[in-house]
Design a protein around this ligand. Structure first.
Ligand code: COA
Length: 250
C-alpha cells in the first residue's frame, strides 16, 4: 500500500471506483508500490459487483510523468523491467469493468500509453501526451506498438512512440487517443460523469459490448510481453543507463 495512489469511492458517483495518482511533488511519477496498489484496485474491482466503472485521475496540471526514473535506473543496474509494471499492464487488459480516464497536463510514458486501454479519455487542451521511449534508449510498452497504429495510423503512432513528439490534448483527440477535450476545471467532473453513466448501464450487456469492441485480449497480452522482453534488454544497455543517470543528475 502507498498513499501515492488514492483508491476511493464517491457518494455522488455510485458504482465508480476512483484510482487517483497522488504524488504531485514528483509529477505523479509511478513507483513499483504505486503499480501494485493500482493492480490490487483493478483486481478487487473485478470481483466486486458494486463497482461498475473505474476512473483514473491525476492531480491539477499533471496526470503522470510516467514510470519513476529512479526505479528504471535501479532496474537497469539489476533485474529487468520491474514485474510490477507488467502486472499492472496485464490487469489493465484483463479489467472487466469499463475504464475511464481524465487528463489535465502532463501525461508521459505510461501516463500516455495506459489511455490506449481506457474506454473513454477526457483531457484538457493544455495536456501534453508524450512518450520519450527512444530518447531514453527504450522501446514502447503497454502494447502501444500494437494498439496505437490501429487507433491513430502508422505515421502518428511513430511520431508519438518512436520520435517522442508531444501531442496536445486536441492533437490527441484528433489522433483518437482522447474522446473529448474540455477546460481544465471541467475534466474531473466530466470524467466522473462519464464513468457514472457507464456504471448505470446494464452491466452484462456493457461487458459483452466492451469485449467485442476491444477485441482479443490474448493478442494484446502477447504484445505486452514481447515488448517487455525488448524493454528489459534495452534497460540493461549502457545508453539507457546513461539517459537515466543524466535525468537523475539534473
Ligand atoms: N521519475 C522520477 N522523478 C520524476 C519523474 C520521473 N519520471 N518526473 C519528474 N520527476 C521528479 C523530478 O525529479 C523532480 O523531483 P525533485 O523536485 O526532487 O528534483 C520533480 O519530479 C519535479 O519535476 P521537474 O522536472 O522539476 O518538473 P518540470 O515541470 O520541470 O518537468 C517533466 C516535468 C515531467 C517534463 C520532467 O520532470 C521530465 O521530463 N520527467 C521525466 C519524464 C519521463 O521521461 N518519464 C518516463 C517515460 S518512459
Amino acid at each position: 500500500m502507498t498513499d501515492h495512489i488514492i483508491v476511493e469511492r464517491s457518494a455522488d458517483h455510485p458504482g465508480v471506483q476512483i484510482i487517483r495518482f497522488n504524488r504531485p511533488d514528483k509529477k505523479n511519477a509511478i513507483t513499483r508500490a504505486m503499480y501494485v496498489t493500482m493492480t490490487d484496485a483493478l483486481t478487487a474491482a473485478d470481483a466486486d459487483p458494486d463497482i461498475r466503472a473505474i476512473a483514473f485521475l491525476g492531480t491539477e496540471g499533471c496526470f503522470s510523468a510516467g514510470n519513476d526514473l529512479g526505479d528504471f535506473l535501479a532496474a537497469a543496474m539489476g533485474g529487468g523491467m520491474p514485474g510490477e509494471v507488467i502486472g499492472f499492464l496485464h490487469a489493465l487488459v484483463r479489467a472487466r469493468k469499463p475504464l475511464v480516464s481524465g487528463v489535465d497536463g502532463l501525461a508521459i510514458g505510461i501516463g500516455t500509453t495506459m489511455h490506449l486501454h481506457c474506454d473513454l479519455t477526457i483531457a484538457s487542451a493544455r495536456s501534453q501526451f508524450r512518450t520519450p521511449f527512444v530518447d531514453l534508449a527504450l522501446v514502447p510498452e503497454a502494447a502501444s506498438s500494437l494498439i496505437a497504429p490501429r487507433v491513430m495510423g502508422h505515421q502518428r503512432a511513430l511520431a508519438m512512440l518512436a520520435a517522442g513528439e508531444p501531442f496536445s490534448g486536441e492533437e490527441a483527440r484528433e489522433a483518437g487517443l482522447v474522446w473529448k477535450v474540455l477546460e481544465p476545471q471541467a475534466v474531473e467532473s466530466a470524467t466522473l460523469a462519464a464513468a457514472s453513466k457507464l456504471a448505470a448501464k446494464p452491466p452484462e450487456a456493457l461487458r459483452i459490448s466492451r469485449d467485442l469492441i476491444r477485441g482479443d485480449r490474448e493478442e494484446i497480452i502477447a504484445r505486452i510481453d514481447e515488448e517487455a522482453r525488448h524493454f528489459a534488454a534495452r534497460l540493461q544497455s549502457a545508453e539507457a543507463r546513461a539517459a537515466f543517470e543524466a535525468f537523475m543528475r539534473r
